[in-house]
Structures are given as C-alpha cells and as structure tokens.
Design a protein around this ligand. Structure first.
Ligand SMILES: *Cc1c(COP(=O)(O)O)cnc(C)c1O
Length: 479
C-alpha cells in the first residue's frame, strides 16, 4: 500500500475552502513563515482517493469491533455504543474547560457522582479523577503515599513490589525516588508471606499489589498481607487495573487496601490502545484524602464548586480535570448496568476465563492450576520441547485464524507465557471457536511445526523486525 504522500497529485482537492472573510488581510502577513498551506507540502488528494486510502488502511487494522481480542491484562472488552452516544452530547463536547463553574454544573455533577460510585465500588473514602491513565494513577498514588509519610515526619525509602507485577509498578515507585524491593511469589502464585515479613521493615513505605495478580489469581492471604504491611506502619496499594474481576463482589477497601488506582478505559469500557485515551482515577481511605490533587469539586447547598483549599495536596497532576470523555463513558457504563449489572459483568468475566482455562488445559501447560479470576495464564513450554515452536509462533499463527493474539511473555515469572483474557462480553460460541483455533494450532505445532513458525501467512506484512523498528524508527516520510 502506498503512503498518502505517494498518491498525492498537484492540484487535486477533496474540498473547497471558503474564501477568507477578512477582506484586505494578506495571510502571508499574519501567518508565520513556513506555515502557510502552500509551503507545507501537504498531500493533495481527491475525495474518493482520500476515502479509499483511509478505508484500506482501516481494513489492515484489528479492533474489538472486528473480532475477539483476548489480550491479557489489557481488558479489550466490547464497549457499548450507548457510551459513545452520551459522550457525544453537545453539552459535553462543546463545554470549554475554562467555562465558569456556573455554566458547567452538569459536567461537574457527573464527575462528583462518578467519584462517589467509584468510592462505593472500591470501598474507599474518595477519588480523584485527574490521572490520565493507569500508570499515571499509580504515579499519583505513590506521590500521595510519599506526601503522607513526609507529613508524618517519617522517612521511608523503600517500596515492596511482587515479581509478578506489571512493569509500570516499579517504574512509578522509582520515579518517586523509592528503592524497589522485589517480593517473590510462592508455589501457588501468591505472595510469599515469609519473604514479606522479612522485607517489611520500618523504612518501607508499603506494598504495591495487583489483586487479582497478573497470573489472574486472587491473593488468598490478602488479610495477612495487609496485617504484615500495616503492622510496620506501611500502606497497602492496590493496582486495580483489573477491577473487572472484583467489581460488585469484593471491595479492595474491605480487603485491607488503603489506596487504589482504576483503569476506567479497561474495566469501565472505553476503547483504548495506540496510546489513548485513558483515565486512571485514584481512590484513597480517609487519612489520605487531604493529599489528593487539586482542584477538587465540592458540593454546596446550591451548586458544585471548584476548590483549591487543600494545603497538603500534592497539587495538580494533569491540565484541567483529566480525560473528561472517558469519565462520561465510565459513568454511562455504570448507570446503564446498575449494581446488579456490574456484578454480573464480573461473574461472566471470571466464568469465561475459567471456561477457556478448562478447555485448553489438556493442550497447553498450565503452571498454576487453580480457579482463576478474569484471565488465565498458560505456558508454551510443552510446544518448545516437543517441536521447537515458541509462544511467539503460536501468537502469530492465531492471526491467520482471525484472532488478535493474547498477551505473551508476561508475566515474566511464567516461561513462554500465554495470557488470555476473554472479558465478559464474549459469548460461549466465540469462546468455543477460539478454543478450536488454539487446539488446531497445538496439533499443527506437532505435525507441521514449520508452518506455525512461518506464520502469519495471511497478512499484508509477515514478521516484522521489531528490534530494528524500535531502535531505528522510520516514522516520518517528510525528511
Ligand atoms: C494496564 C495495566 C497498567 C497500566 O495502565 P495504563 O493505562 O496502560 O497506563 C498497570 N497495571 C496493570 C495490572 C495493568 O493491567
């Protein structure tokens, strides 16, 4: 396929721009040199060329509206279209962030109520909606923890993180200046309590835990974990990116967590990927509320108002108020499902993951064989030993069968990991079709390993040199 610049022909136009309505003004006199349209070397295309170019491009992409997308940990659930309808209401899309509070009451009420819903779902005292993604919520959370100990006059330099953690966890801790101490997992995929007891000293700020963890397993000893951390004055942080496994069933606040970030774009259904948009609200218990970012919305008798009067706040972490469009979608999702619906979504997500786990268990190694939560993690080690077919080959072959590959080689503690998250939005039919494809690939790996190793065979490009693409990206045709 050609680049849009390569199909450009001088003089072609997709639309006519109206004549300027400021007679006597010379554009060249008011627009900076080099920025006039004629000088920019923009592609020139007719409308039909333009439409075909972008439709063709879109057909080489894959999205959750096109097929099953079992990318573990990423929660690529189907996003109900009613979310888009509501987020597109003019009252929301035309509202300028500088509009005064008395013109923005509806939007402010939505944010205020969303904070309350999230607090209720998680068992927290309050939320900030500012962070723009999960990792940004983590960073805000660690800044909040740091401020909490500064405020108490305590110096704590370390942060504990399990070896199964998402890579953003140690990164968020390190960015805030903490020394990261890794806690190993035990044989059943949970936290090793002996190690935790040893590592949890009085110079440790706390433990950052994903529950269910990245193996898709619920931390059975969560109450003991909380006691150990709190016993030394530390705080228990929950990476709640995968709240779709607990929502409506268990509240992290009740399990002993002090602080949690959510990924609205995952659990609460916003299309995501390719870098955005996201939203990573941060929830905290009472002792931490005063450190949350400003400005904050407060409800007075007559209206919602913005307040900066939190002197101990860590300050603003995002321009304006966060990614508002994502908040509208999450709000719509919560209101349209209701409490019952949210609980059912969780139950179905867990059921679907366990169904896949049981159906594929005879064909792929399952290193932690116990009831899983929203996702299950297999290992491709059997296939490597039997025929030299690696997890990456299996993932590429799935593309030929019409599926987006699962997450692979994560979590790092599972060799040749294959991490499958079906989400609650998929039917039994879809899950069965996917399992049939996985079973067929397991058979191909035995009988015709070269075929699997040369996949994908059906795509516009075959295997890309990912190292070269990362080291020497060629992103701009205009030199
Ligand atoms: C997705 C995810 C994150 C990071 O969230 P982003 O929105 O991509 O920054 C962190 N932790 C876990 C467990 C995740 O699944």
């Amino acid at each position: 396929m050609k680049l849009v610049y390569e199909i450009s022909r001088p003089g072609r136009k997709a639309m006519e721009i109206p004549a300027g309505d400021c007679p006597g003004v010379d554009p060249a006199a008011v627009i900076e040199a080099g920025l006039l349209r004629d000088e920019l070397d923009l592609p020139e295309l007719s409308e039909v060329d333009l439409v075909r170019h972008f439709i063709n491009l879109s057909r080489r992409n894959f999205g959750v509206d096109l097929g099953f997308y079992p990318l573990g940990s990423c929660t690529m659930k189907y996003n109900p279209k009613v979310n888009e309808d509501i987020a597109a209401l003019e009252g929301f899309t035309c509202l300028h962030p500088y509009a005064p509070a008395n013109f923005s009451q509806g939007a402010m009420r939505l944010m205020y109520e969303l904070r309350a819903y999230l607090s209720e779902i998680c068992g927290m005292a309050d939320f900030t909606l500012q962070p723009a993604a999960g990792a940004h919520g983590e960073l805000t959370g660690i800044m909040t923890i740091k401020r909490h100990f500064e405020n108490k006059g305590e110096t704590r330099s370390k942060l504990l993180i399990p070896d199964a953690a998402h890579g953003t966890n140690p990164a968020s801790g390190a960015l805030c200046g903490f020394q990261i101490v890794t806690v190993p997992s035990n044989a059943e995929g949970g936290i090793d309590l002996e190690h935790l007891r040893e590592a949890m000293t009085e110079d440790v700020a706390g433990l950052m835990l994903t529950n269910p963890n990245t193996l898709g397993l619920f931390e059975r000893n969560i109450e003991q974990v909380a006691d150990i951390v709190h016993g030394k004055g530390g705080l228990l942080y929950c990476d709640g990116a995968n709240m779709n496994a607990l929502m409506g069933i268990a509240r992290p606040g009740d399990l002993g967590f002090d602080i949690i970030q959510l990924n609205l774009h995952k659990t609460f259904s916003t299309p995501h990927g390719c870098g955005g948009p996201g939203s990573g609200p941060l929830g905290v218990k009472v002792p931490l509320v005063e450190f949350l970012p400003v400005p904050r919305i407060i409800k007075t008798e007559k209206s919602y108002v913005w307040s900066d009067e939190y002197p101990k706040s860590i300050g603003a972490v995002r321009s304006f108020f966060g990614n508002f469009g994502v908040m509208v979608k999450a709000y719509t999702y919560i209101r349209s499902l209701g409490a019952e619906g949210l609980r059912e979504a969780t139950e179905d997500a867990v059921l679907n993951a366990n169904y896949i786990k049981e159906r594929l268990k005879p064909y792929f190694d399952l290193p932690y064989d116990r009831t899983c939560m929203h996702e299950c993690v297999f290992s491709g080690e059997r296939q490597v030993k039997e025929s030299g077919v690696h997890t990456s080959d299996i993932a590429k072959r799935l593309i030929d069968y019409g599926y987006h590959p699962p997450t692979i080689y994560f979590p790092l503690i599972v060799p040749e990991a294959i991490m499958i998250e079906p989400t609650e939005t998929e039917s039994k039919q879809t899950l069965d079709d996917f399992c049939t494809a996985m079973i067929a690939i397991a058979a191909e790996a035995k009988e015709n390993p070269e075929l699997v190793k040369s996949a994908p065979l059906s795509t516009p490009v075959r295997r890309l040199d990912e190292v070269l693409a990362a080291r020497k990206p060629d992103v701009c045709w205009l030199k």
